[in-house]
Design a protein around this ligand. Structure first.
Ligand code: FAD
Length: 311
């Protein structure tokens, strides 16, 4: 684990840092490299160009930790808008949406869980009508049980709803077993949040070993694994495990984030693999950007240059 990851994630919680960084325009180099824009049009435009490159997409309307109902409603409206535009442009065959439950009300002081479930249901219905699917992003470990409970409810009506599991958590191998059933779409990632030792592996090597154990469970299982990593070793291991378990291309997919290893995304797609790019858009890019910087502190110089050139 990078020495800078923890201090960066802690610093990201400071409201002063948030104010300064959020004042940067989305066009600032570092923001633009991870987020194609703030509007629905910019998101749909990114889908169209990734489609031209043979890539699929999952769109994330940025925002998290919503504490008021209006903001949660606005997030739902943004998803309905983007789904309608994807439908109108014939892009729902290759593009779906990713939803953070905390952006649609999970943390509201009253009935948060129930409101998030109903809001997610509204988005799943619109996605189904438009001809596509929803994946529920996974946030920090305090939300895992609530998120998986909402997933179970949603799958009663929308079995195509995707789940996300984080290899960093001790519980995840067992969650993978529970979710490796037919038709179950499961995105496996390492986990982007700062988690305590009591629930999560701290060491990169341990997280990687857990990732491989989880990959084995998912690829040997009956579901549809979505292998979300930029790690060349994990991609290589996934590819040999897919052969070992007799998985044909198209019975699983690779996923990477917008702007990260784009040549590798295209290389995998050109080799016949299904590759989906996670594309975040909107004005609330702060938390997302800080997690990406914490993963890759080499980008700090680029980031500081963006801040300086703004002032
Ligand atoms: C599609 C997708 C969806 C995700 N959804 C969630 C979610 O719902 N919840 C959640 O907690 N996390 C999510 N994540 C984030 C994930 O948990 C990790 O934090 C993030 O992907 C970094 O881990 P990594 O597997 O890429 O490997 P890391 O261990 O971060 O990196 C390993 C190696 O990958 C390569 N690499 C990594 N980043 C770069 C880069 N910027 N440029 C070039 N090479 C690079 C380098 O070789 C590096 O050594 C998601 C990730 C993806 C790809």
């Amino acid at each position: 684990m990078s020495l800078l990851r923890q201090p960066l994630l802690l610093l990201a919680r400071s409201s002063l840092v948030k104010r300064v960084v959020s004042g940067m325009p989305v066009s600032a180099g570092i923001v633009r490299s991870y987020v194609p824009g703030e509007t629905t049009e910019s998101a749909v435009g990114a889908v169209a160009s990734l489609n031209d490159a043979g890539l699929r997409v999952t769109l994330d309307f940025l925002g998290e930790d919503t504490t008021d109902v209006e903001q949660a409603d606005a997030t739902v409206a943004a998803y309905l808008d983007v789904l309608a535009q994807l439908g109108a442009q014939g892009l729902t065959r290759i593009a779906e949406v990713s939803v953070k439950l905390s952006a649609v009300g999970q943390f509201l002081p009253e009935n948060g869980h129930k409101i998030a479930l109903e809001n997610a249901r509204t988005i799943c219905r619109a996605a189904r009508n438009a001809g596509t699917t929803v994946t529920l992003d996974m946030e920090d470990h305090t939300t895992t049980d609530s998120t998986l409970a909402i997933l179970r409810e949603l799958r009663k009506d929308f079995p195509e709803t995707g789940a996300v599991l984080q290899a960093a958590l001790h519980r995840t191998e067992s969650d993978c077993r529970a979710l490796a059933y037919e038709g179950s779409r499961v995105r496996l990632c390492k986990g982007a949040y700062l988690e305590p030792e009591s629930v999560a592996f701290q060491d990169k090597a341990e997280i990687d070993r857990s990732y491989v154990r989880c990959l084995k469970v998912l690829l040997a299982g009956e579901g549809y694994p979505m292998i979300a990593t930029h790690d060349p070793r994990m991609v290589e291991i996934a590819s040999s495990l897919a052969s070992r378990y007799g998985r044909a291309a198209g019975t699983y997919e690779y996923q990477m984030l917008y702007g990260i290893r784009p040549e590798e995304q295209r290389r995998l797609a050109a080799s016949g693999e299904t590759v989906r790019v996670y594309v975040p858009y909107g004005t609330q890019w702060y938390g997302y950007l800080m997690r990406r910087l914490a993963e890759r502190p080499q980008n700090l110089t680029f980031f500081l240059r963006s801040l300086i050139s703004k002032s």
